[in-house]
Design a protein. Sequence first.
Length: 209
Amino acid sequence: MDGRTNIGIVGRQNEGKSTLTNCLCGVKHRAPGSAKIGEAQVTTIPTPYPDGKHTGFVWHDIPGGGVGDFRAWGYYYNLRLFAYDKILLVHTSTLSELDLRITQICKYRNQECIVVRSKADDHIRNCRRRNNHTTVEAARADYIAQVREDTAAKNALAGEVRELCPDYTDYIVSEMGVAQLINGTPPSEDLCEHVIDEARLLQRLGLLS
């Protein structure tokens, strides 16, 4: 678009797109120039956030999309997602129909689409409570195994049309995990917030060597 690496951060509403935008930029929430966050939809137009820590990167916080095939194409073209160098697709649970269709559209257009499963710390806490795990380590291992299994199943489903099979990796991350690596801070004392796939994600994005 302008000689810089422009990355569109997309997905459904309230999936943590703005939160991830701030973490990747290394800024605190509600700081001047940060992406607005909230429990309701707060991003209404695509908004660029130049990265002050990584020269040449611009993160574009994109409003959340709807559901279904038609809305996936409309979401992609109406918001001009084709104009970005890369797409960062953020979700918190199993990929929706919208999410899958976006990965397939990107594959069709030869546009890199990186899939991120956010809010891992919240999911690990829920997994421990619901499954009566005695340790965070057990809940963490259980959650990661569930995500890997779900990813394999979704890849198989998308692969029914071979030419459009995205064969994606689902990077499991938390807000604190990304912030830790971007800002070089010590790991959280809360084991639920320890890094999982954050380093691999940042390497894929070109932010870590």
